[in-house]
Design a protein around this ligand. Structure first.
Ligand SMILES: Cc1ncc(COP(=O)(O)O)c(C=O)c1O
Length: 367
């Protein structure tokens, strides 16, 4: 937490706005728009809820197909299934680890030929790095497919100077406890379309019709963000730049100490933007390095250092076994060889050195 969060939370208590509505919610939405350049925003209870609403607002429903990045957390695709739709996965490129625009083009061409275009594309910006949005947007526009950007992990990143999540029809962000800024749990839905965002707020508050009594003409959800948590979010927005600087510094320290070891490659930073380096990730070539990612993970765990494999691609997940994937080899390779290092914004030089020394000692044992 930064310096202001408790002040905002205290204000919520003092004014008795302990509800999923209130001045902090409104202010958090406005301030989020100022920070990201989004036109309109709706604060909700999680990134997953934001994605669920986004898909519903786009008109995804039973039997639809929705294209989604395969190298991501399950929450990117789960809401597709909440609506009775089916995900179709697309592999990553090596430049950004995000959706490969050429494979998207291929997928849409093929589906257009059989007259079965998907209802939406969910483009994920992974580990703090933007996907190559322009070519993806171009293909989507060519076929008239709405683009939803899952920027849950990418707040603080840039794409050609702008914030990923603000290019497509709808963007979503997460303020889960592990994200670069957090409200403990929370999310944001953004769009240029004022009416769409108003509709998101309506659906997120049980779709209550404007009437003095309780009247409902649509099924809604209880997805609004609490005013208390929005207070935390307002404080967190003020330290976003510091958090990005801290995360990028983690990367700099790790990569300057380990980047020259044979077989280690850090997640590249694509030329079209700045990564927030939400997580510092690397790949290991086991032949060259002398140990594989799992051996390194276990060696570090013995020293109480937690590392995690890169996301297991969704097309390899048992729950999505029936779903098609266009390509898949890049994501599979990144999963097999990728490792996320400890990346908190509060890591000290001593913490970073401990991680570095642990990896160096694995290397000295195997080299
Ligand atoms: C890529 C991605 N999409 C969606 C989500 C869902 O966000 P939340 O946890 O706020 O529901 C997360 C993180 O949790 C994520 O990493």
């Amino acid at each position: 937490m930064g310096d202001r969060e408790q002040e905002f939370v205290k204000e919520a208590f003092d004014t008795n706005w302990i509800a999923p509505v209130g001045p902090h919610v409104d202010a958090f939405e406005q301030e989020f728009c100022q920070v990201t350049g989004a036109a309109h925003a709706a604060a909700v209870s999680s990134g997953t809820a934001a994605l669920h609403l986004a898909l519903q607002l786009i008109g995804v429903g039973y039997g639809s197909e929705v294209i989604c990045s395969t190298l991501t957390f399950a929450a990117s695709a789960n809401p597709i299934t909440y609506l009775g739709a089916k995900p179709v996965f697309i592999d990553s490129d090596r430049i950004s680890w995000n959706m490969n625009p050429d494979l998207l083009q291929e997928a849409l061409e093929q589906r257009d030929r059989i007259g079965k275009l998907p209802k939406a594309v969910v483009l994920v910006h992974l580990y703090g790095q933007s996907a190559d949005i322009e070519p993806i947007l171009k293909v989507c526009n060519q076929y008239g497919i709405p683009l939803i950007e899952d920027a849950a992990e990418a707040l603080g990143a840039t794409y050609k100077g702008r914030t990923p999540g603000t290019f497509g029809n709808i963007g979503i962000y997460s303020f889960n406890g592990n994200k670069i800024i957090t409200t403990s749990g929370g999310g944001m839905l953004v769009s240029d379309d004022r009416d769409l965002v108003a509709k998101a707020r309506f659906l997120a508050t049980q779709a209550r019709d404007p009437a003095p009594h309780y009247q409902h003409s649509e099924i809604g959800y209880n997805y609004r963000l609490s005013n208390v948590l929005a207070g935390i979010g307002r404080g967190q927005l003020q330290v976003l730049n510091d958090r990005v600087a801290a995360r990028r510094r983690n990367y700099e320290v790790y990569s300057s100490a380990l980047g020259n070891l044979p077989g280690i490659e850090f997640m590249p930073e694509a030329s079209f933007g700045n990564s927030s380096r939400w997580l510092t990730c690397l790949t290991i070539d086991p032949e060259t390095f002398g140990a594989n990612t799992e051996q390194i993970r276990i060696a570090l765990a013995k020293q109480q250092i937690e590392t995690r494999p890169v996301w297991k691609p969704l097309h390899l997940q048992p729950v999505f076994a029936e779903c098609e994937c266009i390509g898949g080899e890049v994501a599979e390779d990144l999963f097999a060889r990728g490792l996320c290092l400890p990346s908190g914004s509060n890591l000290t030089d001593t913490d970073l050195k401990r991680v570095i020394d642990a990896i160096l000692s694995v290397y000295s044992l195997v080299s």
